[in-house]
Design a protein around this ligand. Structure first.
Ligand SMILES: Nc1ncnc2c1ncn2[C@@H]1O[C@H](COP(=O)(O)OP(=O)(O)OP(=O)(O)O)[C@@H](O)[C@H]1O
Length: 245
């Protein structure tokens, strides 16, 4: 069967630096995958190639088997890929529902866009914040509204760059649960540093190291792999790594 998203030999060079080195990766429908790795491993560069911010130096990106290498970000969004970068995308002066409605209005009329926006806010547990001004929300709440704008257009694939950055432990646990829930209907790829979050998500993990894929497996195996501990955590595996079923 054709994969939802595939990269073939994806490579990104900056002068003499090979930030992403011949990465072939497959994401299936409704798969939940975390991309992890130490600082400088190439995760952000890979993310930016997938989202159209960078045009790869070599290799291909295939969406449902079709070559989409080098498409601009707006064209990638139109394929059915929802992207959340670390850069805030919402206007401070809008209410949460106005912000989320904007994200859906391209595809639907105002009333239907608002209805879908409300569904997305409720799905993320923040329906009560619909009327709140985005600029006045706490950081974690704002992140959830940003996530709602990504989910509301019902993309087939959601790509998130460090969605829990700056969140409290409670918000991080809540976001992990939400992302697991989202992955029932959407494929989700998450670039993340937070090991608590990665354990809580317990999806598949791809570990980057020096621009390449070092290990790719389920969370339980990856988190107890000595190679991962060597390069990523810099210490031997903990005696017991508990991963939720
Ligand atoms: N625009 C750029 N110009 C030159 N070198 C770059 C550029 N962006 C990234 N690099 C280099 O490419 C390599 C991979 O960087 P990248 O930011 O993708 O890693 P990362 O895994 O996302 O790291 P972090 O977790 O710190 O964000 C690093 O050596 C980095 O210095």
């Amino acid at each position: 069967m054709t994969a939802l998203l595939a990269t073939e030999g994806l490579t990104m060079r900056f002068g003499g630096v090979v930030a992403v080195d011949n990465v072939s990766l497959i994401v299936e429908e409704r798969e939940l995958r975390c991309l992890i790795g130490p600082n400088g491993a190439g995760k952000s560069t890979f993310f930016r190639c997938l989202t159209g911010q960078y045009r790869p130096s070599a290799g291909r990106i295939l969406w449902r088997g079709k070559d989409t290498t080098g498409l601009e970000p707006h064209a990638i969004a139109r394929l059915g890929i929802g992207i959340k970068t670390q850069v805030p995308s919402l206007f401070d002066g809008l209410s949460a529902i106005e912000g989320v409605t904007l994200a859906v209005r391209r595809k639907h009329g105002e009333r239907e866009a608002r209805r879908r926006g409300m569904v997305a806010l409720e799905r993320l547990g923040i329906g009560a914040l619909a009327g709140a001004q985005v600029g006045l929300l706490a950081h974690g709440q704002r992140q959830l509204v940003e996530l709602a704008t990504v989910v509301a257009p019902e993309p087939d694939l959601i790509i998130l760059d460090e969605p829990t950055a700056g969140m409290s432990a409670e918000e991080t646990a809540g976001t992990a649960a939400l992302i697991r829930e989202m992955s029932r209907d959407h494929a989700v790829v998450v670039v993340e540093h937070d090991m608590q979050f990665i354990r809580a998500i317990a999806g598949g993990i791809t570990v980057f190291h020096q621009g390449r894929v070092l290990v790719e497996d389920c969370a339980a195996k990856v988190l107890s792999d000595p190679r991962v501990h060597d390069v990523y955590l810099g210490r031997p595996p903990a005696p017991q790594v508990v991963v939720p079923a």
